[in-house]
Design a protein around this ligand. Structure first.
Ligand SMILES: [Fe+2]
Ligand SMILES: [Fe+2]
Length: 248
């Protein structure tokens, strides 16, 4: 069995509020008597991509549990690399594959510099193909990325979803070992499917974006709700179960 904690969109902005909310979530995770196998953070880690924001993130996102990250549209690839990954500055997509138990987790970069919406570059799709091709025959494969590739009935986010030219869906549909897709960006807890595979959206730690039925003309951005996160469990029957947990 594999348990993955999944938080998203902390939007570290140099102020205390968002960092304090992440600290609460990390304290909750780090205090669990049965810790998860990994912690996923699916982008918008910084709010404007500055080094100071990443310094805040680095101070808050601390755990003995492996933390697997990908960038979002608010991140800056070069600063993300230098400040979060101790790598040389480089503006190419940040794609990283990890092994958790017998599972493979590919954290893929769907950001498009300067754009709120997302897309995978051809190189990123090729990288995903190579990760899938290199996985063991019995390995469950999860793909984490920032922008959901589907309509979520969100007045803000639906205009900046992931544009897929079809190659990503084709990849998902081509291999049954791909059993879960994990996204952020929507600032709401949501579940749907893509390419026949569960697509689970983690809530933002920082705020909630109201759905269509709260009003499309004046979208609701709710800062009053406590931070929350998702837990994904992949069990020995190959079933993926997700819990959403509010940290009060
Ligand atoms: Fe965000
Ligand atoms: Fe985003």
């Amino acid at each position: 069995m594999i348990v993955l904690a999944h938080l998203s969109d902390p939007h570290f902005d140099g102020e205390a509020r968002n960092a304090e909310r992440v600290d609460r979530v990390m304290s909750y995770i780090n205090g669990l008597p049965n810790p998860p196998d990994a912690i996923l953070v699916t982008g918008d880690i910084a709010d404007s991509g500055s080094a100071a924001e990443y310094a805040q993130a680095r101070a808050s996102l601390v755990s003995d549990i492996p933390i697997l990250m990908c960038p979002g549209n608010h991140d800056d690839r070069s600063a993300f690399r230098t400040e979060m990954l101790d790598q040389a500055p480089d503006a190419t997509p940040i794609n990283r594959a990890h092994t958790v138990g017998n599972a493979v987790i590919a954290m893929a970069d769907s950001s498009v510099p300067g754009e709120p919406g997302g897309a995978f570059t051809p190189d990123t799709v090729e990288w995903l193909r190579s990760v899938v091709a290199g996985a063991a025959p019995d390995a469950p494969i999860f793909i984490g990325f920032h922008h959901p590739p589907v309509q979520l009935f969100s007045p803000i986010v639906d205009s900046m979803q992931l544009h897929d030219d079809g190659s990503f869906r084709e990849l998902i549909e081509s291999d049954r070992r791909i059993v879960g897709l994990f996204c952020g960006h929507a600032h709401t807890s949501a579940s749907t499917t893509y390419g026949g595979v569960p697509l689970l959206v983690a809530p933002s730690v920082s705020s909630v974006l109201g759905p269509d039925w709260e009003g499309r003309e004046q979208p609701v951005v709710d800062y009053s709700i406590p931070p929350s996160l998702a837990f994904h469990v992949f069990d020995n029957t190959h079933r993926l179960t997700t819990h959403y947990r509010v940290v009060g």
